[in-house]
Design a binder for this molecule. Structure first.
Ligand code: NAD
Ligand code: MG
Length: 299
């Protein structure tokens, strides 16, 4: 692992942790602070340059992992943040709040369960009221439970995975669209699993494919309002999702090592893309999917 600044030219294979991971298990949704090594969401390294000055962003799953990286980067680019996460993740969310406030930006903490339609409506209502509007939605929250045999995917797990990963996007989009202005940007989170579905992730991979269809169709519907919708599709990234049942324990040590870059990604390696898609720099980009996969590439 390199000791250089993230902006220094260097070998990407060794820029972040490139060793094996120890087996570790937490109950979902888990805490980033309890992981070893602790994922890098850009807490110390992400530098902003005012690319989102004055914007107001809702980030779901913003307490940890990729959502945390987006929230930190948005704040350092000048945005105020509404952060959604589950109540059990309060301590991770408070760490994010301290980092956002250190940038002189506002943050409102809005914990709650996205599998509940009423909560999704209230989330948008509260974010709009407390931030005074919304310009960016980074919808990052997701549920992933590795299950070896389809016979063991309970209807409860199946429904919950679709509610969190797919239905919440419908509920949030319906609630927020009447309030978005031209220039607003919605960013959803799919996965390499939509393109190369693993045999242990049938339910999860199905939701991640659905997210792409949802996002592209919505992008076409709202283009006439000047609103853009794009998708980020990560490959293996070291986050709580993986140590809370997202991967089988026996797969954790080698996590990410089969990518061409021979390591898992860190959440901060998605920060720049989340900022780009939220900002006006991506003004001609909508209905697209962006892979951040260490070389596993989408389709
Ligand atoms: P993470 O555990 O840090 O983030 C997932 C978040 O989802 C949690 O922090 C939690 O706040 C939220 N969440 C889960 N269930 C919820 C519910 N019912 N209500 C509200 N929030 C809920 O892990 P991450 O890897 O950063 O995950 C972020 C996104 O990235 C997910 O959509 C995931 O599918 C996607 N993704 C991750 C990887 C990877 O390798 N880590 C790869 C591809 C896609
Ligand atoms: Mg979390």
């Amino acid at each position: 692992m390199s000791s250089k600044d993230i902006h220094d030219m260097q070998d990407p294979r060794h820029q972040f942790y490139d060793g094996k991971y120890e087996k570790q298990q937490q109950e979902a949704p888990g805490l980033q602070s309890d992981m070893a090594p602790v994922p890098d969401s850009g807490e110390k390294s992400y530098k902003g340059c005012n690319r989102l000055a004055g914007r107001k962003a809702l980030v779901t799953g913003g307490d940890s992992g990729i959502g945390r990286a987006a929230a930190i980067a948005y704040a350092r680019e000048g945005a105020d943040i509404a952060l959604n996460y589950l109540p059990e993740e309060q301590s991770d969310a408070e760490e994010v709040a301290r980092l956002v406030e250190a940038e002189g930006r506002n943050i409102v903490l809005l914990p709650g369960d996205l599998s509940d339609e009423e909560f999704c409506k209230n989330l948008i209502h509260d974010a709009l009221e407390k931030l005074g509007g919304l310009d960016i939605l980074a919808l990052v929250a997701g549920k992933q439970v590795a299950t070896e045999d389809i016979q063991d995917i309970t209807t409860e797990q199946l429904v919950k995975t679709f509610e969190v990963n797919v239905f919440s996007l419908f509920w949030i989009a319906k609630a927020v669209l009447p309030h978005l202005k031209p220039g607003a940007s919605i960013i959803t989170c799919s996965s390499i699993q939509a393109y190369q579905p693993g045999k242990n992730l049938i339910d999860y991979a199905s939701t991640k494919a659905a997210i792409i269809a949802f996002s592209r169709a919505l992008a076409k519907q709202v283009a006439s309002k000047g609103i853009r919708v794009n998708v980020v599709a990560p490959g293996p990234v070291w986050t709580p999702l993986q140590v809370t049942g997202g991967q089988l324990q026996e797969h954790l040590p080698e996590f990410g090592q089969k990518t061409p870059l021979e390591r898992a990604g860190q959440p901060v390696e998605l920060s720049g893309l989340y900022v780009f898609l939220a900002s006006q720099e991506s003004s001609f980009i909508t209905a697209e999917v962006f892979g951040v996969t260490g070389g596993m590439h989408l389709a």
